[in-house]
Design a protein around this ligand. Structure first.
Ligand code: DGY
Length: 321
């Protein structure tokens, strides 16, 4: 008999094929399951494993209602602020994420946001799609140069480091703020700032790669945006909760920020539409890991974690030990 699995979200084709081959799983019909539906399915099928992602909040109340026959909950994401890990640990439920496999694609997308925001990609695209029939003067519709600039990275973890490697190819000077200074071989010449407030005035471009959650909530707010030099470019492909969006909108409207490139928002998918009305934003719908290769690798990694635990082995990517 195949192990019983509940999947709360549509998966890429090869992941779906593996699920059908290795698990007994009622397939969701192309829409996200919420926590109530998931719990209902778990009870109905006596499922032994859960595969979900950041759309589904596994808070303490939901975790308390997960029946004991569930032996693992695997999120198909690297971020895990949607999971109350302490509650999972307290009741001995293994929870896993999918680190590493999405690092490169998220860093690629961050560079796209940096370049797109600096070079007014959204406005140029809109001009072309509207039929571009008037040539621009040499002083019109100018962006800001990205290469050679000072790039501040908040959170020089796996993704931050991958962004730094790419940015060096654009001759950018790397500054970073992290809870701890990193060894020199990881820094690769980047300048460390223990205090974010000291780094901000020196950044031409700022990109966030810190974890979401209470410790980083509202890290970028009216006070910290004001510390960036006038004309700075702001990029966020980590979590929307790191940013006070009122303050961001004010800084974009006033011209204190030249532009922002965003992949994440406070409320997803119902993001603040004022961001879309601004000409100086370059916006993506939370797609950092959204390539065929990476989403497949993430799904496979989540299934590897599930298979390991159901076979009595330790999880590969445990969120608690
Ligand atoms: C992640 O993996 O954390 C991505 O942001 C998708 O949620």
């Amino acid at each position: 008999m195949k192990p019983r699995l509940i999947v709360s979200r549509q998966m890429p084709g090869p992941v779906g094929a593996r699920i059908r081959a290795e698990f007994d799983c009622p397939w969701p019909e192309g829409r996200d399951m919420d926590a109530e539906e998931m719990l209902q399915q778990v009870r109905d099928t006596q499922a032994e494993a859960l595969l979900f992602s950041s759309h589904l909040k596994l808070d303490a109340a939901v975790i308390a209602r997960i029946p004991d026959h569930v032996r693992i909950a695997a999120t198909c994401s690297v971020g895990f602020e949607h999971i109350d890990v302490a509650a999972a640990r307290a009741r001995g439920l293994p929870v896993t994420n999918t680190p590493d496999v999405l690092t490169d694609c998220t860093a690629d997308l961050t560079m796209l946001l940096i370049l797109g925001a600096c070079r007014r990609a959204h406005e140029y695209e809109a001009i072309m799609r509207a039929g571009w029939r008037r040539g621009y003067g040499l002083g019109e519709m100018l962006g800001v140069r990205a290469s050679g600039k000072r790039l501040g990275i908040v959170g020089l973890g796996r993704i931050g480091q991958a962004v730094a490697r790419r940015a060096r190819g654009f001759n950018m000077r790397i500054l970073y703020n992290n809870p701890r200074r990193l060894p020199e071989d990881i820094e690769e010449g980047a300048t460390y700032f223990a205090d974010l407030r000291e780094m901000l005035p020196q950044c031409d471009i700022l990109t966030l790669h810190a974890r979401g959650g209470p410790a980083t909530a509202g890290l970028m707010n009216a006070e910290t945006f004001a510390l960036l030099p006038k004309g700075a470019v702001f990029v966020n492909a980590s979590r929307g909760g790191l940013v006070d969006e009122e303050a961001l909108i004010a800084a974009l409207r006033s011209g204190h920020l030249f532009a922002a490139g965003l992949d994440v928002y406070h409320n997803e998918p119902a993001f603040d539409l004022r961001l879309a009305e601004l000409p100086n934003t370059f916006l993506f719908p939370h797609m950092g890991s959204a390539t065929i290769e990476t989403r497949t690798a993430m799904g496979m990694r989540a299934l590897d974690n599930i298979a390991a635990v159901l076979a009595g082995r330790p999880p590969i990517d445990p969120l608690w030990n």
